[in-house]
Design a protein around this ligand. Structure first.
Ligand code: SF4
Length: 334
């Protein structure tokens, strides 16, 4: 049975309707792919609309002040993605200003925050280039259908070669039906997200069931295999909320090569600082579990020198600052 034809027929009938589907605008396709990295589709949809309303074209995003971009992104997490998005938008806009509307795969790949996956997704969806976008969905579907034991955290070129071979084999048939590698990639994403899910895959509804070796062996849930488990480390952060006599709250822009770079937060104090937390918030980042203790400080805690990275912010203006998610829950923004 033809893998590509079966997959794409299913996609035509069952593919998800998403706000970025149907567009071939490189900016919009790229934006959606950046948002979908480590973000659930339902959440990405809202943010995609928010961004495309505020910045309908890449030039609008490039021209927006970084603080406003961060503010739009607030709540999506992984803020380095946002900073890279903004830097890349500036480079794309400069490229366009030079009269070039099409970026090659290598040019996409060279942009900040764009890896093999995103470059392949954009060039295949927008221009139909024959490239597989290798992500967790593809690993899962291919490792199950072809019963591949190679650990996906050390995959070598096994999945890449197999995906390329499938696309080569299916190319003629796909072209006859008007399908490109872009549709193939989106079909793999949708199948992995809705049918061949990590837990309890819905094999009875799967178009690939008849050819799936893992299904035949009942080994679906044993695949894909991983060589190592990611170790989650714990980290405690302590903060003081300080309010002055005008009711303004002291915020500091977090810099340096650490989490939440460029975002605003209350005064962070050393882990040894004695305080009585009013709030304790747990916040999970990819490999870290943060325990955030937030207490109330006094004017005596205010650092002696407040440089430009410090601000006294009236409560009603807090909404204009990009705050890490844990603080949006505890800082009164009325
Ligand atoms: S038959 Fe089951 S395990 Fe195989 S690809 Fe389909 S959903 Fe995944």
């Amino acid at each position: 049975m033809d893998f590509c034809g079966t997959l794409l027929e299913w996609y035509e009938a069952h593919g998800r309707t998403l706000p970025w589907r149907g567009t071939k605008a490189p900016y919009r396709v790229w934006l959606s792919e950046v948002m979908l990295q480590q973000t659930q589709v339902a959440q990405a949809e809202g943010y995609y609309r928010r961004f495309t309303d505020a910045c309908p074209a890449v030039e609008d995003l490039a021209a927006m002040p970084e603080d406003d971009v961060m503010r739009l992104w607030q709540g999506l997490g992984y803020y380095s993605r946002c900073r890279n998005l903004h830097r890349a938008a500036k480079q794309i806009a400069a490229h366009y200003a030079g009269g070039h509307r099409r970026l090659s795969y290598e040019e996409w790949r060279a942009l900040p925050g764009v890896g093999d996956y995103t470059a392949a997704a954009v060039t295949s969806i927008v221009w139909g280039e024959r490239r597989a976008a290798i992500d967790g969905n593809l690993y899962r579907v291919l490792s199950r259908v072809f019963r591949i034991d190679t650990p996906i955290d050390r995959p070598g070129s096994v999945f890449r070669d197999l995906a390329a071979a499938l696309l080569d084999e299916g190319a003629e048939g796909m072209a006859r039906r008007g399908w490109t590698a872009g549709e193939w990639n989106q079909a793999m994403m949708d199948l992995g997200a809705t049918v061949c899910t990590p837990k309890s895959p819905r094999c009875a509804d799967c178009p690939l069931e008849a050819m799936c070796l893992a299904r035949a062996e009942g080994a679906q849930e044993l695949l894909p295999r991983k060589a190592s488990r990611v170790k989650v480390t714990e980290r405690t952060l302590r903060y003081l909320i300080i309010e002055n006599e005008r009711g303004e709250i002291l915020l500091h822009r977090r810099m340096g090569r650490d989490i939440w770079q460029g975002l605003w937060e209350p005064l962070e104090v050393a882990a040894s600082h004695r305080m009585k937390p009013e709030h304790v918030v747990s916040h999970r980042l990819t490999h870290r579990l943060l325990r955030i203790e937030i207490g109330r400080g006094t004017m005596a805690d205010v650092p002696r020198e407040l440089t430009e990275d410090w601000r006294w912010v009236p409560r009603e203006e807090l909404v204009h600052y990009a705050l890490p998610k844990p603080f949006t829950k505890v800082l009164p923004q009325e």
